[in-house]
Design a protein around this ligand. Sequence first.
Ligand code: NAD
Length: 316
Amino acid sequence: MKSDSGEQTCGILVTDPVDQALVSGLENKGYRVDYKPEISSGELMKILHDYCAVVVRSRTKLTSNLLHTGKGLKLIARAGIGTDNIDMNAAKELGIRVITAAGSSTQSVAELNLALLIDLARKISYLNRNVRDGRYKKSMGIEIAGKTAGVIGFGRIGFQTAFYLNTLGLKILAYDIKESPELISGVSGQYVPLDTLLEESDFIIVSVTLVDRSEKILGEEQFGKIRKDAILINTSRAEVVDPDALVSALKKGNIAAYGADVLWNEPPDSPVERDLIAMDNVLITPHIGAQTEEAQERVAKMMLENILKSLEELDS
Ligand code: NAD
């Protein structure tokens, strides 16, 4: 909606870091945009009612309480994918539309999966730490070609990761609640039950959406089935793995290594996370899956188009 002076009356609040092209693109269309990428939930609670749209990434938690304070809120734009930081039931109840930038970071996250996997297979980060600390000592690694990779959650990121791994000479197994013959044949792979995937994979990549059914999809029982020499990679959401079962499996030598871009608390602040991070065969990155110039440009472009289109539709 525009005021008499031709300016948009709708204010847009951005609560996490986004590419400046998104902010200037919205401003150029006459919207008032407030960029507060480090806003606390307390502050957000006080000002949300002043905006018709909010742009978030994964840091901002849009709880039911918070959404109920945003009286004029019509649109939540998640600049990325994964809406587990948004209370979707509350948004639905309040008639707030939620849009995402699905697919914008697929390439970046798939490349990170590959990087974590090769790093752990050759112990690159671990050996680099040793060299830096004055311990110049070799350690044996493994090749990835000729091995089996199991992908849990064979969607956009799962497929792209499998595509790279297949190109590098790995056999692909996949587990998903939805099966697509077309997708799996693109990596010469095979859908299998979760237990088979756990028992047969040298590398396991988790790229599943976090929903009730996938929470702790890897718990004590599943860690009992994973091969002792397997390397597990998780760039989806920490909650799909049971942290106690994971740390216990690593301590007992029931899996070889764990690489992840996600934690249960970001930044980490629980004893089990501190235990995990301290292990030599664990590699953690600070949620950088979509943190590439290319992904952020893609997110900004996709978000700009989708926000403008949605606000226009919601106005009419
Ligand atoms: P996607 O929707 O294309 O794929 C997710 C797949 O998980 C789907 O095929 C779906 O059927 C499957 N799935 C859902 N519930 C399942 C269950 N219970 N068991 C088995 N499979 C199940 O999503 P995507 O674009 O590939 O992204 C996957 C996840 O990666 C996102 O949900 C997000 O949490 C995470 N992600 C992380 C980063 C990061 O910065 N680390 C960036 C982007 C996405």
